[in-house]
Design a protein around this ligand. Sequence first.
Ligand code: MG
Length: 357
Amino acid sequence: MLLKTVISQVELSYVDTNKLTDLEKNKQYCYETLAKVSRSFAMVIKQLPDDAKEAIGVFYLVLRGLDTIEDDPNLSLENKHQLLNEFCDNLGDYNWKLENVGDKPEYVDLMRQFYRVNHVFASLEPEYRAVIAEKCRLMADGMIDYSSKEINTREEFDEYCYYVAGVVGEGLTGIFYSSGYEAFQSNDLSISMGLFLQKTNIIRDYLEDIESDRVFWPREVWSKYAQKLEDFKLLSNETQSIACVNDLITETLRHIPNCITYLETLKNKSVLRFCAIPQLMALGTLVKLYNNPKVFMSVVKLNKIISMQIVAGSDSIQSIKDWYLSFLKDLEKKLTASDPNYSQTLAAIENCKVALK
Ligand code: MG
């Protein structure tokens, strides 16, 4: 009896080792792919403790999978809807993959080997899987909803950004909670964290997006400054184009007080760094975008040295708040009284400063 037990344990551990080998290979694939599909995220994820790192890495790749389908210009609307649904329905399936989907080689590869991500997903704790699966479905539904709908109002802009980024803030907060690193469930503040990052990207990516024929700026805002979205590229429209960017930036600044409160609530230093670094980089980018005609000619990026300084200098909530204040002061210096939203921008900066106190 005893021998039998020993043998079955040996057999079990043999099977487990085999499984682990496959799983380890697939984990390795996930980390390598993370580095390829997002250099900045692969960098900040290093800040996290091991167990949360794995769940969040998988979460990122799942969302990247959805975004790859959403952004593929060669898919018909119908096909896109079908694939977004199929993607969610097969989350965790070791055999599921998609051929020839994605507009960059690294995205095509991710979809072609998605069964590997699914394998790692299936190995996660049930609480993590539940959060990831729920947010994946929510984001897919939002993408389907907005794939055939224009973003007209500021409310719709918020709603679209909620689906593609606010949901990420909620999911990350859910994972921090499940891991025991943080004690609070997702809330409005989690959503603001996602919205701030997403809106910054949407403002920055005007040129890239207009070349792919899909700009996410809300019509309610941009139509004050031009007849057509393409007109923002015209040199003759420069004053209006810059005013529009500044308007969108002002609208994005209103999320900052919530983001500061969210960061203040975090207890775990690694989680704090993971959350704060992208926020500060986005704010730095936003300051660079303000009053900047280059938005319409190239991709405006934050200086690499400043990025490295942010990574090195975001060790405590106080140093993070110092960065916020420093960027806000830089922004204030860039304001011009002739800008149509000058007083609103000034008031938004003031609100951020109050939140920092
Ligand atoms: Mg997308």
